[in-house]
Design a binder for this molecule. Structure first.
Ligand code: AMP
Length: 562
């Protein structure tokens, strides 16, 4: 059995470009395809230990809906672990042979999970990758032949006897990142796009470049790769790409990187870049301003909604604004059901084609590798239909909330508040490079604590922390929270003043390294919006350089939300 992260499945995306475009047949016949797919899964899995308990060998859709329970990870974990660790056969869960396991990033839902996979998963992944490339080629001309600098961070994953990854080769990742960027600089004229699964990786790559461009220029000038790149085959390949000394190119890159501001650095270093392909929806939306800054507002394309559990869908309108992105569900991937998540939720579950425009749902998935009616923990909103296949906006992770009393502040509320604060920061020449937060209830009244890593817009300037600006940021965030928060936050109320703790530069890299040391994948890594691990808080705490508190109670609004 192999255990991998989703990003370790590498496809030669562009090789698939000649076939497959969004298949009208699939979106026109979504209902029939979904019914047939469920029938096939139930027939395949009818005699698995898991399903037999509920259906006694039947593959009837109505019985499935009536008897198979809606489950979360902890419900299926014992079954998964029996196969993964106990060496029991696949048919504990799945009629198709399980060929490996995928490790979820563990940073979106808080804890790491492993999921069984089989060949169907790989086929679906291939399809989605080919499909999303095709969609982009339809919208952006002349990029099919160019090169994409893609940050995938494939790494060797050592495993324990039972097959689990035990550590991460951060040094190797650093070497790979260095070589990758160096080759990207040498081939700068051929590069048409930059890509990474999630935006934080892309921002991380540019930060890496900030730290290493001088050394890279010296490698280009001399035609020799730095000695600390110890992987011999990597050295050889990069040396071939370097192709000998090139002082003209070194000077050109130096000139661009030496400029006071790194505004537009992506297009300055790679002048033929036409788009950036990376997820900037959900929690990754926080990176939109910084990516727009680095890229001179190139199109930011969020291509797909994908997880370790299943592939969901693609963005068929890739040039839309990041905030308007919706994903069209592909009915051949898994059997999708939707649990209504509107306020006053009544546990109503509907099929893919029966979701209602504007409503909020949590997807439940039934897949080919043994998950049945599995709760994804994501909240989506229906924004439209492509033929009969619905399109969804990613709203938030369900579990990500801050609360110190009866108020509930969601991931979406937090991101909105940060957008307000970023405007205040912008006017004082600062950029927010990373953040996370937690509800501190160790003292009364409890309060929200935000950890912020800041950077000056002008790359050579040091960060000046102006008390008034940072206190203002605390206040605008509180003002933007919903009325119940503001009511509770009133004088002597049960919610205390919001606090910003500014951390030293590089702290969020250390946080990422901490999560990676716990098994998270580099390219799937999504900095947690809220943090609940005391070890992770400790990483942040030891880097705190200043603290600021909101200095006034926010204004009250009219309506209250519980
Ligand atoms: P993982 O399985 O670790 O890769 O994480 C999957 C999770 O990442 C999903 O359940 C979502 O919460 C999040 N995710 C994946 N794709 C997107 C997307 N396009 N927009 C927002 N969040 C996403």
């Amino acid at each position: 059995m192999i255990v991998v992260h989703i990003d370790q499945i590498v496809f030669h995306v562009y090789e698939f470009s000649h076939f497959l475009y969004i298949n009208n047949h699939q979106t026109l016949n979504a209902k029939q395809i979904q019914d047939d797919l469920l029938k096939e899964i139930l027939t395949l899995n009818a005699n698995t230990e898991y399903l037999y308990r509920f259906l006694h060998g039947s593959s009837d859709k109505e019985l499935f809906k009536k008897h198979v329970p809606v489950v979360s990870y902890d419900d299926v974990k014992p079954y998964i672990e029996r196969i993964a660790n106990g060496g029991e056969p696949s048919d504990v869960l799945s009629g198709k042979p399980i060929t490996g396991f995928l490790l979820s990033s563990g940073t979106s839902g808080g804890k790491q999970k492993i999921f069984p996979i089989n060949n169907k998963f790989f086929e679906d992944m291939t399809f989605i990758f080919a499909l999303r490339s095709q969609i982009i080629f339809r919208h952006i001309k002349d990029v099919q032949e160019g090169k994409a600098i893609t940050f995938l961070f494939v790494k060797p994953q050592p495993t324990t006897l039972s097959g689990f990854p035990v550590s991460n080769a951060l040094t190797k990742n650093k070497q790979a990142m260095y070589c990758h960027l160096l080759c990207g600089l040498v081939q700068r004229d051929e590069v048409v796009s930059l890509a990474a699964a999630f935006a934080s990786s892309l921002v991380g790559a540019i930060t890496f470049l900030e730290n290493y461009w001088k050394e890279m220029c010296s490698n280009i000038r001399s035609g020799h790769v730095s000695e600390w790149i110890s992987d011999l085959s990597c050295r050889d390949s990069v040396s071939i790409i370097l192709g000998g000394p090139n002082s003209e190119l070194a000077e050109l890159i130096e000139k661009e990187c030496n400029k006071k501001s790194w505004k537009g650095i992506i297009t300055r270093l790679w002048p033929s870049t036409k788009f950036i392909q990376t997820t900037v929806t959900g929690q990754s939306a926080q990176y939109i301003p910084i990516l727009e800054f680095y890229s001179n507002k190139l199109p930011l394309i969020s291509p797909s909604y994908v997880s370790s559990e299943t592939m969901f869908g693609v963005n068929v309108n890739p040039l839309c604004k990041p905030e308007d992105v919706s994903y069209t569900f592909i009915p051949t991937m898994s059997y999708f059901e939707f649990l209504l998540a509107d306020e006053g939720n009544n546990d109503e579950i509907v099929d893919l084609v029966n979701v209602k425009l504007g409503s909020y749902y949590e997807p439940l998935i039934t897949n080919y590798s043994g998950l049945h009616r599995y709760r994804m923990g994501d909240i989506l909103q229906v924004t439209g239909f492509h033929n009969s296949a619905p399109q969804f906006r990613f709203v938030r992770r369900k579990s990500v909330v801050l609360s110190v009393n009866v108020e509930i502040t969601t991931e979406e509320d937090i991101l909105k508040a940060l957008n307000h604060a970023k405007l205040v920061l912008k006017s004082s020449g600062l950029i927010l490079m990373g953040f996370t937060c937690y509800a501190d209830i160790s003292t009364y009244p409890g309060h929200y604590v935000f950890y912020w890593e800041l950077k000056a817009t002008n790359i050579n300037d040091t960060v000046q922390l102006d008390n008034k600006v940072l206190v203002d940021c605390c206040c605008v965030m509180e003002e933007s929270f919903y009325p119940l928060y503001r009511a509770l936050r009133g004088k002597n109320g049960p919610v205390g003043a919001l606090e910003i703790r500014v951390v030293a530069q590089g702290t969020f890299d250390s946080l990422m390294e901490f999560f990676i040391s716990q098994g998270a994948s580099v390219s799937q890594y999504k900095p947690p919006i809220c943090i609940n691990s005391s070890e992770a808080v400790a990483v942040l705490e030891k880097n705190v350089i200043a603290r600021f508190f909101s200095d006034k109670s926010p204004l009250l609004g009219s309506e209250l939300r519980y």
